[in-house]
Design a protein around this ligand. Structure first.
Ligand SMILES: [Zn+2]
Length: 234
């Protein structure tokens, strides 16, 4: 392989590894953000559940207050019943007390149901709080892992970049602008190995003349735009 061919192959390999590193560095914060979003969503839902429980409690309290008021009213009616002077008055008071007692019995059932509803909601909230705490602990652990790995990945990337910059000095000045544009667009795939006679990127077969030029160390771009090198040439 000509020095140029070997250089292009090395640039390609280094750029591929650099791309992997860059992707890995970018992946960490993205995963953290996604997990954070899930935790935030759960927290919002928790607040909604707490608000709902508050409403249930208010409703139960109101029914309780209503019950107490009714009981006081019945107590009052019973006093009047004891002091009733006529049968008519007695009967009217008695049926009033019966109706009010019936209403209270219904109210007592409703209160019981409301309190059970509050209990169930509270239990759900407690379970949900535990889930959120677990998710937050896991997120903190994951974030710490990502942050711990980051400096090493950055250092590796910087090292690779320096290496690439160094080896790219073999590129002639006249192809540099085109090469830079290619790297901008395709990253490591700005370069393509030629296997046999086919471009490794677009698989188009190259003319014999092109293969001869590549073998001689010439810089040749494929019609797909990539800078080619002979992969199998030793
Ligand atoms: Zn091609």
């Amino acid at each position: 392989m000509t020095p140029n061919g070997a250089g292009l192959k090395e640039i390609h390999n280094l750029r591929l590894r650099l791309q992997e590193l860059t992707d890995e560095i970018a992946r960490g914060p993205r995963q953290i953000a996604a997990r954070q979003q899930l935790v935030d969503k759960k927290k919002t839902e928790l607040e909604a559940r707490r608000a709902k429980l508050k409403l249930l409690k208010v409703a139960a309290d109101q029914k309780n207050l209503q019950l107490k008021t009714n009981e006081a009213k019945i107590h009052d009616l019973q006093g009047k019943l004891n002091a009733a002077t006529s049968n008519r008055e007695f009967d009217a008071l008695r049926s009033q007390i019966a109706a009010d007692s019936m209403a209270n019995s219904v109210l007592e059932d409703e209160i019981l149901e409301a309190l059970e509803g509050c209990d169930a909601a509270q239990k759900e909230i407690t379970t949900f709080e535990a889930e959120i705490a677990t998710a937050e602990a896991e997120l903190a652990k994951f974030t710490a892992q990502v942050k711990q790995k980051e400096p090493d990945l950055m250092a590796q990337a910087a090292q690779l970049e320096a290496k690439v910059t160094d080896i790219e000095k073999i590129l002639p000045a006249d192809i540099l602008p085109q090469y830079r544009r290619l790297v901008q667009s395709y990253g490591p795939r700005a370069l393509a190995p030629v296997h046999g006679t086919a471009c490794g990127e677009c698989f188009v077969g190259q003319r014999q003349q092109t293969i001869v030029e590549l073998r001689a160390g010439k810089m040749v771009f494929c019609t797909c735009g990539r800078l080619m090198y002979l992969a199998d040439d030793e």
